[in-house]
Ligand binder design. Structure first.
Ligand SMILES: [Zn+2]
Ligand SMILES: [Zn+2]
Length: 161
């Protein structure tokens, strides 16, 4: 991955936004029990940005000190997990699902397999729910989720909706 790539992302409600003016290193999924709890998921997808290339562009991060070494950053308004941070390190790990374009980063490793769900590999073979006939179950334009790009103002004024 080129070091010249830029990324943006943020939480679901848009109160916290960030930019990375550089590449992301070590994109991976962590199956550890702490990442499961912190994400409310079976694993957490993470990659590291140089701290010098990382910038918070909106809002304040809420932190939970999940161990002596590590704190977890999230949006205090909507709860989206955003960061896995060792404050003394020169990098910060960001959750790959919070990127505006998550498909751009492909994990190339996984860690802490001892806590991995033993049926994890079967997930992709699960029966598929029928697609909705309309677009009503897709992300509609009038939902409250921040769009996948930076905005000058959020939420928009009523007149702009
Ligand atoms: Zn939020
Ligand atoms: Zn973990």
């Amino acid at each position: 991955m080129s070091a010249t790539e830029n990324f943006s992302g943020g939480c679901q409600c848009g109160a916290v936004r960030y930019r990375i003016d550089g590449g992301l290193r070590y994109p991976h999924v962590c199956h550890c029990r702490m990442c499961q709890k912190a994400s409310g998921n079976y694993f957490m997808p993470l990659a590291a940005s140089s701290r010098a290339q990382f910038e918070l562009t909106r809002g304040e991060v809420s932190w939970f000190q999940s161990s002596d070494q590590v704190r977890r950053g999230f949006c205090g308004r909507c709860g989206t997990p955003l960061f896995y941070d060792l404050p003394d390190a020169d990098f910060i790990n960001i959750t790959l699902g919070s990127l505006d374009e998550p498909e751009r980063v492909i994990p190339d490793a996984q860690s802490n397999l001892v806590d991995k769900m033993h049926w994890f590999a079967d997930l992709d073979g699960l029966p598929v729910e029928p697609e909705p006939a309309s677009d009503e179950n897709r992300v509609p334009v009038n939902n409250r989720q921040h769009p996948d790009h930076d905005t000058a103002e959020w939420p928009p004024k009523e007149s702009e909706i």
